[in-house]
Design a protein around this ligand. Structure first.
Ligand code: NAP
Length: 463
């Protein structure tokens, strides 16, 4: 049987519920904190007191790396999920159950059974601070979520076993979702996998779904990449296409199949904000677009990873003078990334009013398109569709570039665009649009699973 791993804040019932689930399933139970005490020969409070939290985390990591992988129930320490290496081990061939409880309940439970303080704050404030700081990591550690505020350990254990045996969706919901996918443009082999997951009599109720939401999105590389990553990290997930002109329809299907998350693409990046219960500060307040949605514990959380995908390849150019071509959706993420790197940003756009509007919103400069030759930037970022079908012209000619410039084309079909070709002819450093996809996909994977995938692996899987 797949390993069952309980994650969550201290006082949410991981050990008490874990023991009962293990008893009912006739499996051994391991509490990683108890194992650390056993291996170190000291109590957790002593390790914290004598060696500090950092040393404790090393013990914790060692213990997690050597846990059995099958036929066992594991309860983890509240901070274990913060370490991406732990997440890689804990998630491999496992089903992760995230437990939560409201702050009054946690405070009451912890008051009865004191644990070492992790901050200098009073208990209630510590709970609030840490839970908030760790919320993304907890969500990433969940295949199933259970709020234990109102439950006894026995009824919570029964609920967990029910979830593991049946999943969340009803057969009716899965059949309706299957009808949606049937009308889409999902390629044959992938469609057969989906059919098996959703409606086959021997379906695995623990298999979870993710997908790309867009219209059109049949060309998306995400299913190929994510499914390869699931195989590599032994995750019981399947990634598919949610292609439909109606975002409402996509959301209904995502809820019906109890999707773990969605990568959101054109034309829904702005409209999807309406559906979110919470949005990260970058996506909501600044960029005004969500490209990653995570479902956890009944909530829908929106993130933007596009800006991180643009920022990462430019980190070495901090403080540079940058010209951004274009003032559409992706240009907003680009401005946010460039400003985050303290660059002096000037936006040029075919319709100058739009450049002005974005520049005013973000507090940077703008100029007419034909001002480019006077600006002499260190970095040029193309955020227009120029270079891809049907308009395959380069936004800049070779003689407008010089070898000291770094040229970053966000267009990724074709992988080497006419702009990149022109820039290479002149001897510029070049960054292709594929790099954005690589980096933003790594960020998405981290949001969904808490695992930090090395860049080399993503590139290897995309070739
Ligand atoms: P968008 O919202 O439609 O904005 C397009 C922008 O390009 C607008 O500023 C538009 O100017 C300008 N533009 C369009 N056609 C032009 C032309 N013929 N000459 C000069 N300017 C032109 O599109 P978007 O979502 O920002 O996406 C832009 C491109 O970025 C896409 O085509 C895609 O290739 C690329 N992209 C790449 C990634 C990645 O992961 N690498 C992610 C997202 C997008 P006006 O304001 O005058 O209309």
């Amino acid at each position: 049987m797949r390993r069952i791993v309980f994650t969550g804040f201290r006082g949410t019932g991981k050990t008490e519920i874990g023991i009962r689930v293990a008893q009912q399933l006739n499996l051994p139970f391991i509490d990683t904190d108890a194992l650390i005490e056993q291996k170190s020969g000291r109590s957790i409070p002593d390790i914290f007191h004598e060696d500090g939290e950092e040393r404790f985390r090393v013990w914790e990591r060692d213990v997690i790396a050597t846990l059995p992988t099958l036929d066992v129930v594991v309860s983890t320490g509240g901070g274990a999920v913060l370490d991406p290496v732990n997440m890689e081990y804990l998630r491999s061939d496992s089903v992760c159950v995230l437990l939560s409880a409201d702050i009054d309940t946690i405070e009451e439970r912890l008051a009865k059974k004191p644990r070492p303080a992790l901050t200098a704050f009073p208990l209630r404030q510590e709970i609030a601070e840490l839970r908030d700081r760790r919320r993304h990591a907890y969500r990433a550690s969940s295949d199933f979520c259970l709020d234990t505020t109102e439950t006894t350990p026995d009824s919570a254990a029964d609920r967990v076993i029910h979830l593991l045996k049946n999943g969340i969706s009803t057969e009716q919901q899965l059949a309706t979702a299957f009808a949606f996918f049937k009308t889409g443009r999902i390629p044959r082999p992938a469609f057969s996998s989906l059919e098996k997951i959703l409606i086959s009599p021997d379906r695995d109720p623990q298999t979870r779904i993710l997908g790309v939401a867009g219209y059109p999105c049949a060309h998306s590389q995400s299913p190929r990449l994510f499914n390869a990553l699931f195989e590599r990290y032994h995750l019981n997930y399947h990634y598919t296409w949610f292609e439909d002109p109606e975002l409402d329809e996509i959301m209904d299907v995502a809820r019906a199949v109890d999707a773990k998350g969605l990568s959101v693409t054109i034309p829904f990046k702005h409209d999807v904000i309406e559906y979110c219960d919470e949005i990260d500060e970058h996506a909501a307040q600044q960029i005004g677009a969500v490209n990653t949605v995570l479902f956890a514990g009944g909530s829908m959380i929106g993130h933007n990873t596009d800006w991180l995908g643009i920022r990462k390849p430019l980190v070495a150019k901090k403080g540079a003078k940058a010209v951004l071509l274009g003032a559409g959706g992706v240009a907003r993420a680009a401005v946010y990334a460039l400003l985050d790197l303290d660059m002096n940003v000037i936006i040029l756009n075919r319709t100058p009013e739009k450049a002005q509007a974005i520049a005013e919103r973000f507090g940077c400069a703008w100029a007419p398109w034909d001002a480019f030759d006077k600006l002499k930037p260190d970095v040029v970022v193309n955020a227009t569709p120029l270079g891809m079908q049907p308009d395959t012209r380069s936004p800049l000619k070779s003689d407008q570039l010089n070898k000291d410039m770094t040229v970053f084309d966000l267009v990724y079909t074709p992988p080497v665009t006419p702009l990149i070709e022109n820039a290479r002819k002149v001897g510029c450093e070049t960054i292709t649009g594929t790099e954005v996809f690589v980096q933003q996909a790594r960020e998405q994977f981290y949001i969904f699973f808490g695992i930090d995938v090395p860049e080399t692996i993503v590139r290897e899987l995309l070739t």
